[in-house]
Each structure stands twice: as structure tokens, then as C-alpha cells.
Design a protein around this ligand. Structure first.
Ligand code: SF4
Length: 340
């Protein structure tokens, strides 16, 4: 669970019951700095001159705000729309896409107008009748560490569980899932867990739980009937990668009984980076050991002029063969969605 050093309330948030409730509860926490600010003045309360300090202070900051624009972003290919309940994340993964996406706003922001957000989701759903509409809850965040403050996931899971034509999905590295176990989800919410080898977690995924704990959390939600998936990402091809990823998948197979495995899905994504992300990573983590040598990678042109540096074709082929073989051997009932 996220324990911020400072909490900044947007003034409008205090007009909502959840905003008031959170304000009252943080008032009693003597160690937490509390501020009220206009939506465009948040950064003035986050200390630090450069990006290096702003990033660290931002990661200790919770902003309680209102989602004003209810125009949802599309979210292809994983869903139809992003569901904007949280943005930002307490984790400090060196490779995280949020480093570039959220720029100098690395704080965690929760929205207190969840009911309005859900009403808007229903408007989008009605536009697509009779088709099902899928909402993604983690496009710009990891929503699990702040769930205890807002119950946003619980509200969304229960709400979408009652709607015939909506589905909800989110991905997490965190393990605070107990409050989700007894909800009436009706199989409409898919929870995916992002996992990696212990070496990768220790080196690059700071302030996140161990893989074994993520897998145990996944087994818990699977036993509660949720469809569950694993995102093995980003995969790094280092010395011993095959042994360590095999160990990871072996542990996973031991935690899931046969009937739970039949709903498991896997998405496997190799590490790739843009030069823009690389520059940003070096600013925030000057000592990073992330493998980002252009000479070792192949450049692939991308949208908006931001091409990616990926592993070579032969390396990706080897990776695909390896994961296909190990997952099929260890968890034959599961389904591999893609390996890229
Ligand atoms: Fe980014 Fe996910 Fe790590 Fe959070 S846990 S910093 S969202 S990669």
C-alpha cells in the first residue's frame, strides 16, 4: 500500500464525499504533509529543482483530484478505452513508460469522482451496443497500491460485474488484493500481473514486491474466480536468462492448480526502448545498468517519429521458442496470447 509523505488536495476534490473523507483521515496523520492547491499549482508543492529530485519527491506524493475531462482516451489493442481512475505509480521501475509519459508529473493521482467516471463509461458502452466494450484501468498507472484509499477498483469491478456489455481489465505488480476477493465480479474483470525474474526486479523494479508474492496474489484472485493473466515483461536476454525465467514459470505452475491454469493467459514482451526514453532514464537514474546499447539492438521505425531499439530477429526468435516451450511444458492448460 502506498504511504505518501505528502498529500495534495485539489480544491474541487473537497466537494466530493471521498475527497472529504480522505482529507479527514490524512489530517490525523502527523507525519504526512498536507496541502490544498488549484489543479495547475500541484507542482509548486513538490520539492526538488531538477528532474532527478522531482521524480523522487513526486513518487512520495499523492494528489487527490477530480477527473474533469470525461473524454476517455482510446486504448488499442488491449481495450476500447482507458478508464481514468488513477494516474502515476509508487513504483520506481527504471524502464517504466510512465517516466516519459508523465514527464515532470511523476506523482500518484487519484480521482474522487468515480461515479461520474463510471457514468461516462456507460455512455461509451451504449454507443457500442450490441458489442461489448472493454475498459483498461491501468493505462497510466498501477491502481492497486492506492486501492485502500479510494476503493476505486472495487467500485469498478462491482459496477462492471452488473453490466452485460462491459468488461474491465487492469495489470499490477502489487499484491494488496484482499479487498477484491469477495466482490461480485461476474467474470467481467480480468486481473493481470506483471512478473519478472528476481534479478530484474532487484536491479530495475525498485519499490515493487517480489515475483513470488505477485504470483501468490495472482493465485488468490484466480481462486476467487477472476480471469487471470501474466505479463512477463520486459524480458531481458542476459546470462542465465533461460534458467531464471524457467524457475519463474516453474514457481508459477506450482501455485496454480490444474483447473485454475485453464483460464491463465500469458503475454510475453521483450525489452525495447526509444532514444527519448533512454535520455529520460539517464536523467532520473544516472547509474542505471539497463542494457540500452544501440549497437546491440535493431532499430524499428515507429509512430510519431519515435522508433524503438529491439533485440535482433534471431534473439527474438530464440526467445519465442524458449517461452513457448517452457510455458507449454509447465502449464499446458494455459494460453499464450503473444510473444513479441
Ligand atoms: Fe511503472 Fe508498473 Fe513499475 Fe509502476 S510498477 S513504476 S507503472 S512499471
Amino acid at each position: 500500500m502506498f504511504q505518501p509523505e505528502r498529500v495534495i488536495f485539489e480544491k474541487e476534490a473537497l466537494q466530493y464525499p471521498l475527497g472529504q473523507k480522505l482529507y479527514q483521515s490524512f489530517l490525523t496523520e502527523s507525519k504526512v504533509e498536507l496541502y490544498e492547491a488549484a489543479g495547475n499549482r500541484i507542482n509548486t508543492h513538490i520539492p526538488g529543482a531538477g528532474l532527478f529530485d522531482k521524480y523522487r519527491a513526486g513518487k512520495q506524493t499523492l494528489v487527490v483530484g477530480v477527473k474533469k475531462s470525461l473524454k476517455f482516451q482510446t486504448c488499442k489493442p488491449s481495450a476500447h478505452y482507458q478508464l481514468p481512475i488513477v494516474s502515476g505509480c509508487m513504483g520506481q521501475c527504471e524502464y517504466c513508460y510512465l517516466n516519459t509519459q508523465l514527464g515532470d508529473k511523476p506523482f500518484v493521482k487519484v480521482h474522487v469522482n468515480i461515479e461520474e467516471i463510471l457514468e461516462q463509461a456507460m455512455k461509451y458502452t451504449r454507443e457500442r451496443v450490441p458489442n461489448i466494450t472493454i475498459f483498461e484501468g491501468s493505462a497510466t498507472s498501477d491502481p492497486v497500491p492506492v486501492e485502500n484509499y479510494t476503493n476505486a477498483l472495487s467500485k469498478c469491478i462491482t459496477y462492471f460485474g452488473e453490466q452485460e456489455l462491459t468488461r474491465f481489465r487492469f495489470v499490477s505488480k502489487y499484491t494488496d488484493v484482499d479487498s477484491l476477493l469477495k466482490l461480485k465480479h461476474n467474470g467481467h474483470t480480468e486481473i493481470r500481473f506483471s512478473i519478472n525474474t528476481e534479478r530484474i526486479i532487484q536491479n530495475y523494479e525498485h519499490h515493487t514486491p517480489k515475483a513470488v508474492h505477485r504470483i501468490e496474489a495472482a493465485a488468490k484472485v484466480a481462486r476467487s474466480g477472476y480471469p487471470v493473466g501474466f505479463l512477463i515483461a520486459p524480458v531481458f536476454l542476459y546470462e542465465n536468462w533461460k534458467e531464471e525465467y524457467t524457475d519463474l514459470i516453474s514457481y508459477l505452475s506450482e501455485q496454480f492448480s490444474k483447473n485454475l491454469c485453464s483460464t491463465l493467459t500469458f503475454e510475453v514482451i521483450s525489452h525495447r526502448y526509444t532514444l527519448r526514453a533512454k535520455d529520460r532514464i539517464f536523467e532520473v537514474f544516472p547509474e542505471t545498468k539497463l542494457p540500452m546499447e544501440e549497437k546491440d539492438r535493431v532499430f524499428q521505425y515507429g509512430q510519431f517519429g519515435y522508433g524503438k531499439y529491439k533485440y535482433t530477429k534471431d534473439q527474438l526468435k530464440e526467445m519465442e521458442q524458449f517461452f513457448t516451450e517452457v510455458i507449454k511444458r509447465k502449464i499446458p492448460e494455459s494460453k499464450i496470447l503473444y510473444i513479441i
